[in-house]
Design a binder for this molecule. Structure first.
Ligand SMILES: [Zn+2]
Length: 260
């Protein structure tokens, strides 16, 4: 099981080495901005690295919304990030499930997701796996609760789509962690990546506040059980910089190795 961390994008391989990580996730552009990613000068070095790379799409992307002025640029930006992520040899592009506004029909949001994949299909399809991530908050989210996730997967039909399970988001979003992997896989058939995070917020608080694995409101043993059951690569998106994340990675290696 490859274990790594979300890191600063300046030199992801140096960040991986500093944490003894086998995988890294990073942004290719400002996560709060709409700028298309620029080609990276270190693309060749990244492609040939021994470290598995994952790219996180900007948070501003919301392909589900009924608001044209957000949805249309979101589709375009997502495809741009997919192209740029493939250029550095990333194994997947992670994007949040998104939401519709209060009063809007969530069914249209799911169909907007389908149209996003159809839009990408018009230019040959996404050049790498797109992993939709579950989110913690909101009442109109496409991928907070598993009943919504099931409707999203129905809408996506035959499109090739992956899933990234964030443990903090699931817990804070109100999904019990016990048995979660089986319930998710019954819907998606797959978990491509785990975002392993403890939660500062309480169960079902809707708060997206990550904590280190042995801190927070989730029993670390339960966290480890979910990660072990998923059997997917792991990225910690935890605080504390190099030291905090290196400790989380070492903790996971110890826990997962001990039971192997
Ligand atoms: Zn996450």
């Amino acid at each position: 099981m490859r274990i790594g961390a979300h890191v600063d994008p300046t030199d992801p391989l140096a960040e991986a080495a500093a944490r003894d990580a086998e995988a890294v996730q990073f942004f290719l552009a400002d996560p709060q901005g709409w700028k298309a990613p620029k080609p990276r000068e270190d693309a060749e070095r990244l492609r040939s690295a021994d470290v598995d790379l994952y790219v996180h799409a900007p948070y501003v992307i919301n392909v589900a919304t009924l608001n044209n002025r957000i949805r249309i640029p979101s589709r375009k930006l997502l495809l741009g990030h997919a192209t740029a992520a493939a250029a550095v040899g990333a194994k997947g592009l992670i994007v949040h499930g998104g939401h519709v506004n209060a009063g809007d029909d969530l069914a249209v949001g799911f169909d907007n997701w389908r149209k996003t994949f159809a839009y990408a299909g018009d230019s040959g399809g996404f050049p790498l796996p797109v992993l939709i991530e579950n989110t913690a908050g909101g009442d109109n989210a496409c991928a907070r609760h598993l009943d919504a996730l099931a409707r999203l997967w129905d809408a996506l039909g035959d499109h090739e789509v992956g899933f990234c399970l964030d443990t903090c988001h699931a817990y804070a979003g109100g999904e019990e962690l016990l048995g979660l992997v089986d319930r998710v896989k019954a819907i998606t058939g797959r978990i491509d990546l785990i975002h392993a995070n403890n939660s500062k917020g309480a169960f079902n608080s809707g708060q997206d506040r990550h904590d280190n694995l042995t801190g927070g409101t989730i029993d670390p043993e339960l966290l480890v059980a979910v990660i072990r059951a998923a059997g997917a690569p792991v990225i910690v998106e935890t605080p504390g910089g190099v030291d905090g994340q290196a400790a989380d990675i070492a903790f996971l290696r110890g826990q997962l190795g001990a039971a192997a």
